[in-house]
Design a binder for this molecule. Structure first.
Ligand code: AMP
Ligand code: MG
Length: 377
């Protein structure tokens, strides 16, 4: 268990992006593959977020993932493959819809839950007889799996409970000294994790919304159910369909409040709360859509450094918000704000994944805003 101690490794960060000459890139990926084969951990980019990888077939290697992340042992890992044929090593049998879904969404941000092959130890699946599998589209992820020549178990490469990392620098912040190598492939394009779909139920069930939307799944499958825990208003207690649902997640260091509802009412409530906190001298973070930022800037006094604005994009484009939310939550930590007020968005399309993450990031401190208050006009 020594590897959980900070300082055990001089963590290397090696670039593997398009700017690196092909033979150098190949050398780094081979070195990373050898580390994985030797039972060590390597962090690597995927199109969703950075993953913390280990040989999925090696229980002592995947046990290190739990130790290094501080992750509860019953929260299973997603197993990554680089080609369809490797699924045989991971799943005991193929649910009927798996091939249809793979045709439509692999490679890409869809994870399917299937019966576990005996080659995948129970340590990797958190004690479950099912395994979650994904074929990512990011070339570095796929080349790493090919170089290691084994399925790679990889949760997000953050310390448990923290926002997921979308840049190598975020991984370094959480993992320096704990792992030997981080592959730096630049910023992740999707920015939130994969959609986890249980294909052993009929109809299939979304256990975690993510990079493939429920609407996209319904266009291919017709019927899809969404587990009610996905938009829960409080933490899940007791047994969960997907163990990850039970745990504190994505939390910035400062307490956060999520303002949900009708945009004009949200703007009004956020303005009032921001003014109150600014008057108390608090250093405050505001994470809001472009439309609301424009409205708030008109009514909030200029406070220089006391007010930290982060604007991930337009309310009309939830994929822009998905791309930026984890990065911006980590920036709020670096800015050392004392509280964060966050604007919610409609939970449709990518908005469902965004709201699932934001409710957890806010620790379910939700302010419901349904109608602008009467202002005497
Ligand atoms: P992360 O590794 O942080 O992206 O989290 C992986 C997510 O997949 C967690 O929410 C897990 O609960 C979920 N997951 C992994 N394996 C299974 C499985 N066999 N059954 C249900 N959910 C799973
Ligand atoms: Mg995670």
């Amino acid at each position: 268990m020594g590897q959980e101690l900070t300082g055990r490794f001089a963590t290397k960060v090696l670039p593997v992006g398009a700017q690196v000459p092909p033979d150098e890139r190949e050398r780094v990926l081979q070195q990373a593959g050898e580390l994985i084969r030797a039972g060590q951990l390597v962090a690597f980019p995927t199109e969703t977020v950075y993953g913390l990888g280990a040989d999925a077939t090696n229980a002592s290697a995947t046990r290190q993932i739990f130790a290094v992340k501080g992750r509860p042992a019953d929260n299973p890992l997603i197993v990554h493959i680089e080609r369809w044929e490797r699924l045989r090593q991971v799943a005991a049998s193929l649910p009927p819809l798996a091939a249809t879904l793979a045709d439509a969404f692999w490679p890409g941000p869809l994870t399917m839950v299937m019966p576990r092959s005996p080659q995948i130890p129970l340590t990797t699946t958190g004690g479950l007889e099912t395994v979650a599998v994904r074929l990512p589209s990011h070339p570095v992820a796929r080349e790493l799996i090919a170089a290691a020549d084994c399925p790679i178990a990889a949760p997000s490469a953050n310390r448990s409970g923290r926002p997921s990392p979308t840049r190598a620098q975020d991984v370094y912040e959480d993992m320096a000294g704990r792992i030997p190598l981080i592959l730096d492939g630049g910023e992740c394009s999707v920015g939130v994790e994969s959609t986890v779909l249980d294909v052993t139920t009929s109809p299939p069930t979304v256990l975690r919304p993510g990079g493939i939307t429920v609407e996209m799944l319904r266009r291919v499958l017709g019927e899809v159910q969404v587990d009610p825990a996905v938009l829960a208003l409080q933490p899940v207690v007791g047994p969960a369909r997907s163990p990850g649902m039970k745990y504190r997640h994505y939390a910035p260091k400062a307490p956060a409040w999520l303002f949900e509802g009708e945009p004009a009412a949200v703007t009004q409530a956020m303005a009032a709360e921001a003014k109150r906190r600014l008057d108390q001298g608090e250093r405050l973070g505001l994470l809001v859509c472009a439309e609301t930022a424009a409205a708030l800037k008109e009514v909030l006094p200029a406070r220089g450094d006391q007010l930290v604005w982060r604007v991930p994009g337009s309310r009309q484009h939830p994929e822009q918000l998905a791309h930026a939310i984890f990065t911006l939550l980590r920036e709020m930590d670096r800015e050392q704000v004392e509280a964060i007020l966050i604007e919610g968005v409609p939970a449709t399309g990518m908005g469902l994944a965004v709201m699932n993450r934001l409710r957890k990031a806010a620790g379910y401190q939700i302010v419901s805003c349904h109608r602008p208050a009467y202002n005497g006009a």
